[in-house]
Ligand binder design. Sequence first.
Ligand code: MG
Length: 424
Amino acid sequence: MQQPFNRRSFIQKGLASAAGLSLLTNFGNDLFAAVQKQRLYSAPSDLQITDVKCAYIRNGHSLFVKVYSNQDIVGHGEAVDATPGTYYLVKMMGDRIRGKNPLNVHRIFEDVRRRGFFEGAQGGMYISTLTAIESALWDLAGKALNVPVYQLLGGKFRDNIRVYCDTASSREKPEIMGQRAKEVVDEYNFTAVKFDIDDPNDPNKYDPYNWTVGPAELQRMVDQITAVREAVGPNVDVCVDMHGRFDMTSGKRVAKAMEPLKLMWLEEPIPAENAEAYKYITESTSTPICAGENHYLAYGFRPLLEIGAVDIIMPDLQKAGGLGEAQRIANLANVYYVPFAPHMVASFLGAMASAHVCASIPNFLILEWQIYFHTNPMFKEIVNYEGEMIVDGYIPLSDKPGIGVEINEEGLKKYADKDMPFFT
Ligand code: MG
């Protein structure tokens, strides 16, 4: 471990109080030796970023970064979805932030974002890569200052973060979806579940490119979610995702047909680009309409919020710009009294990073959780953490310095994409 202090610099930096100096007189060099062996939380003003390295799993769709410093403190961050092909973006951003003090998270974020204005810094891979690095900076800063990330974000409104379970058992027969919904609620005590109803292989689709829901397809959707609602009863929230695979009139029809089922929300009935089209759907139905997992930055959410295009926003905090940007998005939504319900398809590192943001804002509704945390051992092997991931449908917020979850490099190596760099 690098030692930034020596006896002279320790005194010069004024970190020893008068009482401390008196102790020095008493204990002499032994105390200096002890100070030199301490972890280096006490020199934040001297922190510098030295390198950024990355690794990938899930065919490049999960990016893990480590931000290294000159004081042996490493920040861990994650991005998803818009990440295949981002290795050289990681390297470029690493070059741009090397030598900077990682405690200036907002400033570094803004420097990298503005410098990328002509490089695609409005969304996509550029912002997803920046998201992973920005999250790692919060982790690093928290470790350097010995506080959890939620504290850096201004403190917490809540200690436990409510989640809904994406069951990954969608596009099945209604009775199977109902059965699965009941199983996850009974087994894990989730208070909310989500199912997908878009099915590109539905034989009743008009053709593979047409986006209009037909009567048979619509009936299939209603039958599926009716089975889910009947299985879980009236007091468990049900969310339904259409993955942006329909046109506006279909979005209206599905939302209307779902009204008796009292959904928590209908998600992305249409693609992300047209806020006005969302507004037409939202205004046509009592089913709450939710979107945002394919929107980036507070700038991307402004049109949705400004015209009342959606009832609920669901930014993905592993791609929308980072934890600080997520807080800005949430606060912007709060001005319009719009709830904040983040999308989450990351590892437990990303889940806990998201949880810190969810704790720090008033208008948090619910965070996505994936059944794969319970069924796929990879998700336990690739991270290090203490305690329970989840208790009765809530994530207990970590009080450890930083995010409180780290990449387990040994575990990750087992699943890393073999043709991609691995923290090199
Ligand atoms: Mg979705």
